[in-house]
Design a protein around this ligand. Structure first.
Ligand SMILES: Nc1ncnc2c1ncn2[C@@H]1O[C@H](COP(=O)(O)OP(=O)(O)OP(=O)(O)O)[C@@H](O)[C@H]1O
Ligand SMILES: [Mg+2]
Length: 252
């Protein structure tokens, strides 16, 4: 079953009268339930814009986007109750502790506090912050904050999780923990995961399929191995740099 579908999705930002930026250009995408889908592309390619449209923070200029069979411009309330977002520039509650961040966030979804506390126990263990749970996060390092935000997004047990650069700034071991947690959620709970990353190893390890955005256009989509074959590349990095620099890629 498809949980995300975009058709001809286009977003144009107007910057003053003369200057326009086409952040997304006719993007068509279908993502089935339970998939871990990686969005790749250089800085400014449109990854964050796409995610922001799918959670209703931006409206499309043209085309359509459906999440859980609802149109994002019509039923965003329904969608927001069922999806979680880890934003690229995240609004963490600096003055709350790690646990309080999670409980407060989950409370906004109407989840009872005892349920939240139980989930928080588990998630804090998983991301390795149990011993720090009662510290205000303003004293946390960047990577630790990132982990709190991942755990906070997951506490609502959403059907779809959008993670905009979940492991940026997280150390190697922490990033592995986050990845294995995400893999588990997709495999065991059939949660759909859409993530952006600049780490191509992360993609090979985690994603069933990837989409490469370049200048607002979806220039390639498929399983990492399919793309390697299609572009006769030794690995995903070659596919990516080939598409983005125009060097050394031969499409059949
Ligand atoms: N609110 C905005 N107003 C005007 N232009 C914007 C806005 N948000 C994004 N853009 C522009 O849209 C384009 C796509 O930006 P976006 O943030 O989606 O890229 P990205 O792929 O997430 O990049 P990064 O890897 O750096 O996070 C860029 O040219 C950016 O400058
Ligand atoms: Mg971004």
């Amino acid at each position: 079953m498809t949980v995300i579908r975009t058709e001809n999705l286009t977003k144009i930002f107007e910057r003053g009268k003369k200057h326009e930026v086409t952040a997304l250009d006719s993007v068509g995408l279908d993502i089935p339930r339970g998939e871990v889908f990686g969005l790749l592309g250089p800085n400014g390619a449109g990854k964050t814009t796409l995610i922001r449209i799918l959670v209703g923070l931006l409206t499309p200029t043209e085309g359509s986007a459906h999440v859980l069979d609802r149109d994002v411009t019509e039923d965003i309330g329904y969608i927001r109750e069922r999806v979680a977002l880890l934003p690229q520039e995240a609004g963490i509650y600096e003055r709350l502790t790690a646990r309080e961040n999670m409980i407060y966030y989950g409370g906004m979804y109407g989840i009872p506090e005892d349920v939240l506390n139980e989930r928080a126990d588990n998630l804090l263990d998983l991301v390795g912050l149990r011993e720090k749970e009662d510290y205000q996060v303003k004293g946390f390092s960047g990577g630790m904050k990132r982990k709190v935000l991942v755990a906070r997004a997951l506490i609502i047990e959403p059907e779809i999780i959008f993670l905009d650069e979940p492991t940026t700034g997280v150390d190697t071991i922490g990033a592995r923990v986050v990845r294995s947690l995400l893999r588990k959620l997709s495999a065991e709970r059939d949660q759909t995961i859409i993530l952006t990353t600049h780490d191509l190893n992360e993609v090979s390890e985690l994603c069933h399929r990837v989409g490469i955005l370049y200048d607002g256009r979806l220039v390639a989509i498929g399983q990492p191995s399919e793309l390697e074959e299609k572009y006769r590349a030794a690995n995903l990095e070659e596919v990516f740099t080939g598409l983005v620099t125009g060097e050394g890629v031969y499409e059949e």
